[in-house]
Write a protein that binds this ligand. Structure first.
Ligand code: PGA
Length: 252
């Protein structure tokens, strides 16, 4: 099995003003400056990207956006292009988060276009997938994930997906304090890696990072990271405080 470099990403969602975000980012940079073996990324709101970039530039903390629109520019009121996201200092972008699917009508097809736009613009997509509680209860977890991934990654060459990061976030575990059990997480991560192998071959599936997301905190990170197919975490609530997020990054 290939060595996969761990990645811990923070999704700040719709929290923090520019100043607050910059302060948290500054504290984080200080707390994780010795970390060498893990990719660290934070994704503040669009309005804080520029100020957070000032705090993280030159550090080992990368900047990500939480969304983008696939067009380069044009009459699309309220949208942000990949170029703009890059211009603000981002190297990464979270795409297809379940909150965007749930509240903002994102579909597998629109997520596919966004991933394509991100890759074309040299941004690393963190592609989120996951089932709802009702889907899990009715044993649709694997078919839901299959569809999200088949459509989300439709039409890509193996080469273009080399830097792709996938995040498995069971919707019922996001912000609820419920985490998937070890067995549930490993089972789904292995399913995703197998599916990626079927779609794109072993070289790609072996190298791709699959993050787990949903109520990750300092108390549960080590048991998640011990799982064979879990390569990191996408952290919401617990990433809002620099100390807590740093404790997740530097877990023992
Ligand atoms: P949570 O959010 O850690 O607060 O559950 C995770 C996410 O939505 O990415």
């Amino acid at each position: 099995m290939g060595e996969r470099r761990p990645m811990i990403a923070g999704n700040w969602k719709m929290y923090k003003t520019g100043e607050e975000a910059k302060d948290t980012a500054k504290q984080l940079v200080e707390l994780v400056k010795e970390v060498k073996n893990t990719d660290i990324m934070i994704a503040p709101a669009f309005t804080s990207l520029a100020s957070v970039f000032q705090a993280v530039k030159g550090s080992n903390v990368a900047l990500g956006a939480q969304n983008l629109f696939w067009e380069t520019q044009g009459a699309y009121t309220g949208e942000i292009s990949p170029m703009m996201v890059k211009d603000a200092g981002c190297t990464h972008v979270i795409l297809g988060h379940s909150e965007r699917r749930q509240y903002f009508s994102e579909t597998d097809e629109s997520v596919n276009k966004k991933i394509k736009a991100a890759i074309e613009n040299n941004l690393i997509p963190v592609f989120c997938v996951g089932e709802t509680e009702a889907q899990r209860d009715s044993k649709e977890t694997f078919s839901v994930l299959d569809k999200q991934i088949q459509i989300g990654l439709k039409g890509f060459s193996v080469k273009s997906l080399e830097r792709l990061v996938v995040a498995y976030e069971p919707v019922w575990a996001i912000g609820t304090g419920k985490t998937a059990t070890r067995e549930q997480a490993q089972e789904v991560h292995a399913f995703i890696r197998n599916l990626l192998e079927k779609m794109f071959g072993l070289d790609l599936s072996d190298g791709i990072r699959i993050l787990y997301g949903g109520s990750v905190k300092p108390e549960n990170i080590s048991e998640l990271m011990a799982l064979k197919d879990v390569d990191g975490a996408l952290v919401g609530g617990a990433s809002l405080t620099a100390r807590t997020f740093a404790d997740i990054v530097t877990f023992k």
